[in-house]
Design a binder for this molecule. Sequence first.
Ligand SMILES: [Zn+2]
Ligand SMILES: [Zn+2]
Length: 157
Amino acid sequence: MRIRFFCPGCQRPARADAGQGLEWQCPACAHAVTFRRADADGTPLCPLCGNHELYRKKDFPHWLGLTILTLACLAFLAFKAVYRQWTAWAILIGSAVVDGVLYWAVGDVAVCYRCHAHVREFPRVANLPPHDLGLAERYRQERLRREQLSAEQRPPG
Ligand SMILES: [Zn+2]
Ligand SMILES: [Zn+2]
């Protein structure tokens, strides 16, 4: 499994190989993590925080799809302006096909509701449910409460 995450110590983005028992240390803040793959009973879990609730998402960056679409629209308008109708349409339709093929060809990635780690090659990723707004909201509340708590415990100043 490969994992993309934010360092729990300093929130810097990081990538690592998240095999069972593998260790990772943050180059910036020296925070250390030991990854886990699964529970004692074999249930796959988030390698970073050990959470059971993850969702499935296409491993396709949203900005890439939008960029292709935007460029295609600009090219479409440019060719249409110089009366190259067929070229214009070919570009527009071609880009839609490229977008579709890319989307279909990329694999699924598992995302942890709690720590937002993105895990590739997650076991049985196809069985994971898609993103659920209610669950995400529950985790957001949980995080807010945790942040509030740690803010209260911190000594003033
Ligand atoms: Zn760090
Ligand atoms: Zn997690």
